[in-house]
Write a protein that binds this ligand. Structure first.
Ligand code: ATP
Ligand code: MG
Length: 135
């Protein structure tokens, strides 16, 4: 799972991390690019929680796909913004903090892997679910 020193520092502030990884068959992929996907989603989750909350990372096989879920206990994504979050340069963060490219990059990397992303969000629980085809 990606996460350099920057994430480590953010995690120290009081975010509980819960991992639940079930065995997955090997998949044909661009590992560095998928690491960018996890990193971008975890970064968003941590930023949304503003230093306090619960981050869950799960992986499990489901039918012909590998499923990865990044779930945070933050305030959620307002329904009227949900359509727009994957647009390049769409951000709700102050200038200098977010460029609005994180989810655009995620979507482009998943397209390259014939993968999909689903979002479920309500206050207190936001889940980004990535589905990747097993070879
Ligand atoms: N887990 C989340 N909880 C709440 N809002 C989120 C979450 N993830 C994304 N968003 C919303 O989607 C917007 C777009 O996310 P995206 O990652 O593309 O850009 P960003 O985080 O604003 O900037 P960057 O990723 O370039 O630093 C965010 O500004 C935020 O409003
Ligand atoms: Mg981001």
């Amino acid at each position: 799972m990606g996460g350099g020193a920057h994430h480590h520092n953010l995690l120290k502030q009081g975010i509980e991390v819960i991992r639940d990884f079930q065995p997955l068959p090997e998949i044909l992929c661009y590992p560095d690019e998928l690491n960018q996907v996890w990193t971008n989603l975890i970064h968003n989750a941590i930023q949304a929680m503003e230093g306090k909350g619960q981050l869950q990372v799960r992986a499990y096989p489901q039918g012909s796909e590998a499923v990865v879920e990044i779930i945070d206990s933050g305030p959620g994504i307002p329904a009227e913004l949900r359509e727009r979050i994957f647009e390049p340069f769409f951000t709700t963060k102050p200038a200098g903090e977010g460029s609005g490219l994180g989810l655009d990059i995620v979507r482009r990397i998943l397209d390259k892997h014939q993968g999909r992303i689903e979002v479920e969000s309500q206050p207190g629980r936001t889940c980004f679910r990535i589905l990747l085809p097993l070879s």
